[in-house]
Every structure is written in C-alpha cells, then in structure tokens.
Design a protein around this ligand. Sequence first.
Ligand SMILES: Nc1ncnc2c1ncn2[C@@H]1O[C@H](COP(=O)(O)OP(=O)(O)O)[C@@H](O)[C@H]1O
Ligand SMILES: [Mg+2]
Length: 576
Amino acid sequence: MLVFILGAFVATAYYLEVRVRDRALEVRVAAVSKLVEQKLDKDTNLMHAVLRTMMRNQVIEAAFAKLDRGALQREVGPLFETLRTDHRITHLYFNGPDLVNVLRLHSPGQFGDLINRDTTTKAREQGVAAHGLELGPLGTLTLRLVVPWHRDGALLGYLEIGEEIGSLVDEIHESLSIDLLVMVDKDRMLPQQWQHGQSLFKRQGNWDRFGTHALVAQTISHIPDALNETVLQGLHAGGSAVVADRDRVLHLAMLPLTDTSGQRIGSFVVMLDISVLQKTFQTTVLGTTLLSLIIGAGTLGLFYFALDRVERDYQRQHDLEHQLLRLGTEHQRILQIEKLSALGTMVGEIAHQLNNPLVGVVNLAQLAVREADDPVRTRELLREIRRAGADCHALIQSMLRFSKVSSFESKPTSMAEVMEETVLMFRQTESRQLPVETRLPKEAVVLTVDPILIRHALFNLLMNAAQATSDEGAIVIGLDFEPNPDDGAPGWLLSVTDHGKGIAPEILDKIFVPFFTTRSDGTGLGLPVVQHVALLHGGYVSAGNQSGGGTRFAIWLPQEPKLPRQNEPDSLNYVA
Ligand SMILES: Nc1ncnc2c1ncn2[C@@H]1O[C@H](COP(=O)(O)OP(=O)(O)O)[C@@H](O)[C@H]1O
Ligand SMILES: [Mg+2]
C-alpha cells in the first residue's frame, strides 16, 4: 500500500514538475517572440531618429549631394563611432539614387557596388523608409533601415543603417534570464562567403556545429554536446527537449526566424535553465520518499509488535480457557466420584441400619427353632421378630418418604394455615402432649410454596424438637419477615424453637448429612429432608443453639417465588 502511494506520489510530482517546466518554457518562448518584435521596432525607431538628425545636417547633405566620399567620412565618421560603441550600430551606408554604394562607414575601403537587398529595393520602389531583418551574403544577420533622402523634391540617394542580431539576443538574454542560439539555414549562404564574413567582421559564428544550420549568434560560450541534429529536428517539429549540459539542465524550444520578406531563414533556440527546479523536485521526492519509508517502516514495526502482543495475549487466553475447560471436566469427575462415594456411604448406612434388626430376626428365629417345644417362649420370640421386622419396615418407609421429596408443586399458600395444620398433626402424633405455641405476624402471609413439602419439613423440625425436649418445655413455632442476609431479597423465616438439650458444637456441621443421627432409633434423614425442601423453594435452613438452652431451627423462604433450584440438592436425590 505504502509503495503504491509512494509510486502515485512520485508520478504526480513528476507530472506536476513537467507541467510547471513546460509552462515556464512556453511563457519564456512567448516572451522572446514578443521581445524580439518590440526590440526590432524600438531599434528601428531609434535608427530612424538618428538618420533624421543626420538628414537635417546641411554639411552632410551638401557632401552627399556632391557624392563627396571624403567629406562624408569626415562629417559622419565620429558620429558612426559613437553609434557603434554606444548603440551597437554596426552598419551605416550612403547609397546613390541608383542604389550604388557611395560610402560604407564600417568598411570605407569598399564602395561602388550595387546594393539590391530587399530593404533597399523596397525603399526605392515604394519611395518610403523600409526596414527588417536581413541576411547578408557574408552571413550577417542584420536589422536594417533604408530611408530615401530627398532635397527640394529631388532624390539625393538612400541612407542605410543597421545593427547585427548579436546585440539583440544579448539584451533578451539579460532581460529574460534565458540563453539563445540564433541559427541560419545553410542553404541561404555559400560557405566561402560565410568564412569571408567571419574573418572580415571577426565573428564567432560556427558553420560546422550543425548539419543544416550555421550558428550566427549565441549567448552561451559552450553549446551543450547533447544538442545534436536529432534534438534539433524535434525542436523544429514544434516539440521541446531537456538536455544536460555540464552541471546544468536545459529545457529547449524553438522559434522561427523570418526575414523582412516573411521568409523563414533560420531559428532561435530558446534555452531555459531548469537545474533549480529539477533539484527541488528531486530533493522533495527523495525526501518525501525517505520520510515515508521511515514512517512506514516504523508503523509496520509498531504493528508487528502490537500484533505480536495481541497474539501472545490471545494465546495466553486460549491456554487459560483450555485449562479452565480441563478443570471443569476434572471438577465434574470429582463431583461424580463424590456422588459415588456418597452413594457408597448411603448404601453402607442403609445396610448398617437394616443389618441390626435383620440380625435380630435371624437370631430370634434360631432361638425360636431351638425352643419350638415351648409355645409361650416361641410366641414371645415371634413377637420380637415381628418388632424387628416392623423396624425394618419403618426404615424403608421413611426412606420412601424421603424419596417423594423430589416431586414439587408450588402454589400460593397461606402460611398460617400450613403452620396450624402441622401443629395439629404433631399433636396427634406426639404422645407427651408438649405445649406448642404459634406466633404469627399480624398480616396474612401468602407465599408460593408446595404446602405438602413445607408441612413435611415443619413436621420433621417439630418432631426433632420434641425428641430433644425431656421436660415440659414449650416449643415455639414462628413466622417473621427477614430479608436474605446475602442479597437483601425479601423473605420469611419459619422457625421452630425448643428448650431441649441443644446440639453439641462438634456435631453441628454434621446434622444435615444424610443418615447422621445421635438417636438409637433415628434415621438421620429428617434434617436432610428439611434442607432439601428449603433449597427447592430457593431458601435455606439455619440451625443454632439458644443462649438459654435449646435449639432454634429456621427455614428461610423468599417472598417472590424463584425457579426451583433443581441442581443444588442433587446430592439428596440419590434415593429417588
Ligand atoms: N431440636 C434438636 N435439638 C437437639 N438436637 C437435634 C435437634 N434436631 C436434630 N438434632 C440432632 O440432629 C440429628 C439428626 O436429626 P435428623 O436428621 O432429624 O435425624 P434423626 O431425627 O433421625 O436423628 C439428631 O440425631 C440430633 O442429634
Ligand atoms: Mg429427626
């Protein structure tokens, strides 16, 4: 992704650089074209002013009228020198009315030839001033102005003034900060004449550098080696080119060079130095790429470390889950083993409980066989056998009752009614007629419970209380509002208090274990049943000794019925 973004960035930057560069060159080329025109106009005007001043001079006029070469040179010579040094005027001619040269100020030794270039012929034909760029036979590219000179309506001749292209390109070079090459088509000159012109005017032109063009003027000392004929062809076709030149990068374009008759005689090559732009572009791209790579690498590294940590955390969590799962399975197994061992204990207890009466039955039966002759003794033994059998029967019955606890049907039940019914039942069963006091709250309490189970549990508590009470101490059965001490849920405490012998502290944690009993005729199933019933109702059982002697057992029942917690009293269900 980063590489893609970087690629896109570099491509965009390059595209922008090319556009900026092309636009800059376009602007310069347009400026050059305009400046050349302006400069030609301005220089023509200047030259025109010079000529007009000269034409107003009586002495010069008289000398020209007499075609007096010596007088002309004397009069105009110093002026020409000033023009040459200060204004770069390179040519000044006096031509006769027939265009035959009278005097060349720049080359006084040469005269008498016919000058029939475009500007001169145009000036003669039209009778007015003519100007324009002209390529001389010696390879001189000059801006010329030819003005006809009349005196009193008669034509004296023609004045001609000119400046070479070199000064023009120098000025453009300075004002636009570009370099220029001026090239002329070789077809328009003869090499010998060109060479003659070069030596005559001490010019720096170059005939051989390019195949089709001769170099007339240039603003740089060194022509880039990369600028060859092929590049030139491309420029000629209207394109641009970028060439390297020593420590510079140049952007090139071409402008046509036309002479006064409108014919293309050569070209300007405009050269814009784009080294700074390229350098800026390269440093920007390089800097940004490097920075992006560093940031990218940093980010990737960071991600790598973060992901590594996440992965390690995940692995640790996975391991923990695995361990928990294993622990869970082990826990299940332990529970299973516990259940099995509880089952073993229970079977042992049952066997133990049944064994005593059965041993009695067997022994008594043996005795009865031996003493069969004595009917009185036999009858007595048989009675004993029946009692032992009845004990077994009672044990089996209580176990069956215990097993019935697992059926559970709750409904809104008046607690006062349940309590009164149980007390009634208890009175019928308990032979000693112990006083039972019932303490009910003022309001009617209706709870969603299974009345049969509650009655059963309450009955067990009453029986235990009675069994623990030796004297005439009263048993109190009460119902009090009490929130759950664990979560504060509203509920009711159904309690049975006696004034009996109390529970020894060392057995206090064993009394709810199935088959635990301290009574010779006990089954040890009473309190487990009570606890089971409490748990089925979402409550609990508490037991404790009273400070004044005796015990208090209480079943806490929630105000709002909860779903029966079938799983918790699981260990009590094994008989079912
Ligand atoms: N109200 C009580 N006062 C003193 N001890 C009690 C009382 N209730 C129960 N116990 C003790 O708890 C034991 C277990 O009681 P329980 O489960 O009902 O079996 P069981 O009545 O058959 O012995 C009793 O043997 C007795 O030692
Ligand atoms: Mg009991």
